[in-house]
Ligand binder design. Structure first.
Ligand code: ADP
Length: 486
């Protein structure tokens, strides 16, 4: 394995600053989705170890929450530097367990590191308030304090960034955290823990536990010590966790599914729109919650756009993430391939036309993983499954529309509200559409919107709360009002 530093391949959990193995020889295999080969195994821990992790995080909170912002910031900056220094190894681990092309993995590591740097800086800007008093004998203050012990449950599509986006904000605010990564991608999480350890982040402040999602999730949700849960994943599991947290009345951040519309108006720069649509649709093989899921094209430019878009899709190269030519890696698992197939078959059965792709791919005798051709469907309409459900795969459905109000209505006709995109040049149209789209994030003339400096998050069934930006740290702070009689 071409890791420069083999000690970044961790196969034990990181609890209370100690590497912990399974006591009953129970493990989860990590499978490379391109080759279907086992990469490593990690402990299949359960509720018992989760209690240990919570106790450790509670103990560590006493000191960590009392440190000055600048002390916490120093340690986070060391973590940031170490992540950047180990970019190649972290990218390799991501590609191995998740499948995305190495270049995308490197980009993810930079993105992941950017949250650590950003929140190291933001930790120093947690300001309170002095409120003009309502009675002359009183003085009114507002202070911000860390919420306490927190937990994160994270997905496999961004194995590094979905962790640092939560953990860096939590640690910067003075909270401690227990992370349960996705079973598909624990190695990146554990490598991040190793780097946090090397950075000198104290024992118990940042913990990573792998294992039984239901058992670990139950303990984290039930515990009155855990004051906040941040989850990124499917809407169904988000709903379940929210209900499980009702008893302990936890603060929640939920970053759930999307069904992003991507609208191309008649006056759009078509070449730019094609480039943006390719980026918004096919990044990470279509497996991001902000991926364009429905591409609406106004009638005058429908033909030109669909031809140029299909041509651009034909240039995408499917392969293993470690092949430097590859632009489209495998999907994460068999269920993901079946979902793409189901959406395509359903659309074709209801009258859509397949103009590119549409097949599962067997690359070679050795490369037998979960590959699916980049696919374009035209003449898609609202009756098809693909219009309602998130495909989470490399399938681009094109819808034709005439009027602006009509497309806004169609774009909003979904339970989700995470990201939306549109291309057009008319300034008043840009304002009107930006305001009318019922989404947490809108990309105008761009297909890439994510950055550590802006608030990421959704409305409706896409979730609660924001990550990144100055808003991101607020999610880990309580507001305390102090009323003083003088
Ligand atoms: P996906 O279907 O894309 O894997 P999920 O929402 O199932 O998305 O998974 C996201 C994260 O939630 C993963 O870390 C997974 O292990 C975790 N998870 C899944 N089910 C549960 C559950 N019942 N309780 C706690 N965590 C869960």
């Amino acid at each position: 394995m071409p890791l420069n530093d083999l000690s970044l391949l961790k196969t034990k959990c990181y609890l209370n600053g100690v590497w912990v193995d399974s006591v009953d020889n129970s493990f989860i295999d990590v499978i490379n989705p391109a080759l279907l080969q086992k990469v490593a195994s990690v402990p299949n821990l359960t509720g018992r170890e989760t209690h240990d992790a919570i106790n450790a995080a509670e103990l560590a909170l006493k000191d960590w929450s009392k440190r000055t912002a600048s002390e916490r910031s120093e340690l986070l900056k060391k973590w940031f530097v170490l992540i950047k220094e180990n970019i190649d190894d972290l990218a390799w681990l991501i590609t191995l367990e998740q499948g995305k092309p190495l270049l995308e993995s490197q980009r993810e590591v930079k993105y992941a590191a950017s949250f650590v740097e950003w929140f190291a800086e933001e930790s120093k800007r947690v300001y309170g308030e002095v409120i003009p008093q309502h009675q002359s004998s009183k003085r009114l203050l507002v202070i911000k304090q860390p919420v306490g012990v927190t937990a994160a449950i994270t997905p496999w599509n961004f194995p590094a960034a979905m962790i640092t986006r939560k953990a860096a904000a939590a640690l910067a605010a003075g909270c401690t955290m227990i992370v349960k990564p996705a079973p598909e991608t624990p190695l990146t999480a554990l490598a991040l823990a190793e780097l946090a350890d090397r950075a000198g982040i104290p024992a118990g402040v940042f913990n990573v536990i792998t294992g039984d999602a239901v058992a670990i999730g139950n303990v984290l949700c039930d515990s009155p010590v855990v004051r906040k849960l941040s989850f990124t994943g499917s809407t169904n599991i988000g709903r379940l966790l929210m209900s499980q947290c009702a008893h302990s009345l936890k603060k929640l951040s939920l970053e759930l599914g999307g069904n992003a519309p991507f609208i191309v108006f008649n006056d759009a720069d078509i070449d730019a729109a094609v480039e943006g649509a390719i980026a918004a649709k096919f990044r990470n093989t279509g497996q991001t919650c902000v991926c364009a899921n429905r591409i609406y094209v106004q009638s005058e430019v429908y033909k030109a756009f669909s031809e140029k878009f299909t041509q651009a899709v034909s240039l995408l190269k499917v392969g293993t993430g470690t092949d430097t030519e590859t632009t489209i890696g495998p999907l994460i698992n068999k269920a993901a391939v079946l979902k793409a197939m189901d959406h395509v078959n359903d659309a074709v059965a209801k009258g859509a036309k397949l103009v590119a792709g549409g097949q599962q791919l067997l690359m070679s005798e050795d490369i037998v993983g979960y590959f699916y051709q980049p696919t374009v469907l035209i003449d898609v309409d609202a009756s098809m499954k693909i219009a309602r459900e998130e495909t989470f795969g490399p399938v681009a459905p094109l819808f034709k529309f005439d009027g602006v109000d009509d497309v806004i209505e169609q774009a909003n006709d979904t339970e989700f509200g995470l990201a939306a995109y549109f291309y057009g040049r008319d300034v008043s149209l840009i304002w009107k559409v930006s305001e009318a789209l019922e989404y947490g994030m809108v990309g105008v003339n761009t297909g890439i919107i994510s950055t550590e400096v802006a608030p990421f998050g959704g409305i409706k069934a896409s979730g609660l709360g924001r990550e990144g930006g100055h808003q991101g740290i607020e999610e880990y702070l309580e507001t305390k009002y102090v009323c003083m009689e003088i």
